[in-house]
Design a protein around this ligand. Structure first.
Ligand code: GAL
Length: 631
């Protein structure tokens, strides 16, 4: 695998006279890739059917003439204003039934078929014209960003009814699976079923879960429509740029139709709202970003891309959209780039080439300032370009530890969190963080029995709805396996299974009851640390590994299979994971605060996210420092 750099460029934002100079500077900087076009629909088709592709022909020729490779984005995230006149019902509606209006982007409903026909038309025109010229494709832009997966439109309702009638064998089967006898919610036909919004109190979680599954499938279908068209005209690989902590659609399902999983990494933007972990943490990492959030997504999306990962957009300086937008610590742009490579990225593209002096993102840094002078990230990108020339290739190796990530469990937790602030993503990130603090490289894998081969330790925290094959594979695995809390706690239709969960062959444990805990009401463990937020109350004959200070079981184990019945704090989680690693023969090494490491097949990387200089095996690692050791 080659390591390459790129940038995101908007030729339509700049006078024609600067394009050559821009392209020359990009190539001189050592960039390989330029992504263009993803918001340019109005410039490509100013009015219906009036295609104006001349400027894009020109831009592609200029960029390719400078030796750059072009990633062409389909412009379907920004349908032009005339489209709304033509198709006023194409807008998504929010849960209150209000339209998500024109004037920014992503103003479309995934279920509105006439809009999908417009998308097919523009994508066909682009694929026919550029199929042989461009080096890669990006479909749309950041599905689900700005909370755009779920739409409560009439089109969504009609498509949902059709989806339900395909999924359930008649309305009686749906009534039974959903438990609609409760509160007299039985339906007489699919055409009576509304979307689960604007109900008096919460809708049936089965109804909401079906809507979440349906909405995810709509994103998959929307993407596949474009992919099929592009493939008919082009052999270039196709990616989509996913976002950080957008969990409303199943990325594994979308990724199955694509060649590459790429994502948009904004470490400082994500810190406040998405990475969590409290105010002290946010202050300590304000200029570096969370030490685990980016790595988590690299590992997740590498798996979504079946091994092929790109960073389509890399933060180069302050963004405009987080609650606070500091400058990165000098060196962090280089660190983030190398960290992506260490996790298997083939390309890191900086967003954006030049800061825009107009519109919504004026306060978002680029590699260049609006006056075309170099912004601080430029020199760091140049340094990375020189460094990858010396370490051009690498290959990813299977990690010793697998962490299962399941989008349906994410939806289930969000529908029934059982306590304020509890969520699947947070539980997974907490677990991932504890593993990384022990110096471990981790693979994040889909909830698929076939994905578990070759690991020494497998973790399935919070996995609410495992399928029977996965339960069987986990119970029969030769690896050390830890499942729970909430393992198998719901059926696919959000019912509680009886016999009670986890119903795992090989271990005598039953979740008798559950409870959630407010902050400050943690339950102390006998060996130190505590259960936070959520607890499964356990029964059964399996030996107890962890217990509360008043001797109630929290973790039980038989053979290599453990059930963990609580959301542990970091000290308790670290102890439980260290012990499991010792049993599994996985070497651990506690990291200094803010330091993380990651192995490729031939290298070990160290990254210093802290503001202190640390010593690693006799090497000095300054703040924002990167250390690369050959293995
Ligand atoms: C991304 C988006 C880009 C740009 C960027 C700003 O989410 O894909 O178009 O808006 O954020 O940080």
């Amino acid at each position: 695998m080659n390591r390459t750099l790129g940038t995101c460029y908007y030729p339509e934002h700049w006078p024609r006279e600067v394009w050559e100079e821009d392209a020359r500077r990009m190539a001189e900087l050592g960039l390989t890739w330029v992504r263009i076009g993803e918001f340019a629909w109005k410039r490509l088709e100013p009015s219906e059917g009036d295609y104006q592709f001349g400027w894009l022909d020109d831009a592609i020729a200029v960029l390719k003439g400078a030796g750059l490779k072009v990633i062409l984005g389909t412009p379907t995230a920004t349908p032009p204003r005339w489209m709304i006149d033509k198709l006023p019902d194409m807008l998504a509606l929010d849960a209150e039934g209000r339209p998500r209006k024109f004037g920014s982007r992503r103003h479309y409903c995934f279920s509105f078929e006439p809009y999908k026909a417009e998308c097919a038309r523009i994508v066909t025109a682009l694929a026919e014209r550029y199929g042989r010229d461009v080096d890669a494709w990006q479909t749309d832009n950041e599905y689900g960003c700005h909370d755009t997966t779920l739409s409560y439109s009439d089109a969504a309702r009609d498509a949902f009814r059709a989806w339900l009638s395909r999924r359930y064998n008649g309305i009686e089967a749906l009534n039974t699976s959903w438990g609609n006898v409760f509160w007299s919610m039985d339906y007489d036909g699919f055409d009576q079923i509304e979307l689960p919004n604007l109900t008096v109190t919460e809708p049936n979680p089965a109804h909401s879960m079906a809507f979440r599954r349906f909405s995810s499938d709509q994103v998959v279908a929307f993407n596949k429509l474009q992919v099929d068209i592009i493939r008919a005209h082009s052999d270039a690989p196709i990616a989509h740029n996913y976002m950080g902590k957008v969990t409303d659609f199943d990325h594994f399902d979308v990724g199955a139709d694509l060649d590459i999983a790429s994502w948009d990494s904004y470490p400082l933007g994500f810190l406040e709202d998405r990475a969590g972990a409290g105010e002290a943490h946010q202050i300590a990492y304000a200029r570096q970003g969370d030490p685990d959030f980016q790595a988590f997504h690299h590992d997740l999306y590498r798996s979504v891309g079946r091994g092929r990962l790109w960073i389509m957009e890399q933060q180069p300086g302050p963004v405009n959209w987080a609650p606070y937008n500091p400058e990165p610590l000098p060196g962090m742009v280089r660190l983030w780039s190398w960290e992506a490579f260490a996790h298997g990225a083939e390309a890191v593209c900086y967003f954006r080439w030049r800061q825009a002096p107009f519109a919504q993102e004026q306060m978002h840094a680029g590699l260049l300032r609006p006056d075309s002078a170099e912004a601080p990230a430029f020199a760091e990108a140049a340094e990375v370009a020189r460094e990858i020339a010396d370490a051009p290739t690498a290959s990813v190796t299977q990690a010793p530890v697998a962490l299962i990530y399941d989008y349906a469990s994410e939806w289930g937790w969000s529908l029934q969190p059982h306590g304020a602030g509890l969520g699947y993503f947070k539980l997974l990130l907490d677990t991932y963080r504890a593993l990384r603090k022990l110096g471990l490289s981790v693979d994040i894998v889909p909830p698929d029995a076939k994905a578990l081969t070759g690991y020494k330790l497998i973790l399935a925290p919070g996995l609410l709805t495992p399928d029977p094959a996965l339960v069987h594979a986990l119970a029969g695995s030769e690896a050390e396996v830890i499942v729970g809390p909430r393992f198998g706690a719901r059926t696919a239709d959000m019912a509680t299974p009886v016999p009670l969960p986890p119903s795992l062959p090989g271990i005598d444990v039953t979740v008798a009851r559950v409870e959630s805990l407010r902050p400050g009401a943690e339950i102390a463990l006998a060996n130190g640390g505590a259960v936070l937020g959520y607890r499964d109350i356990l029964e059964g004959g399996a030996p107890v590994i962890e217990a509360t200070s008043d001797s109630q079981p929290v973790m039980m184990r038989e053979g290599a299979l453990s059930y963990l019945g609580g959301w542990l704090d970091q000290p308790a989680l670290t102890r439980a994971l260290s012990e499991a690693c010792a049993r599994a023969g996985v070497h651990v090494r506690e990291m200094p605060e803010g330091v993380r490491c990651r192995d490729t097949a031939t290298e070990r990387f160290w990254f210093n996210y802290s503001t202190e200089t640390v010593d690693i095996d006799g090497n000095t690692l300054a703040p924002a420092g990167v250390l690369r050791q050959e293995l």
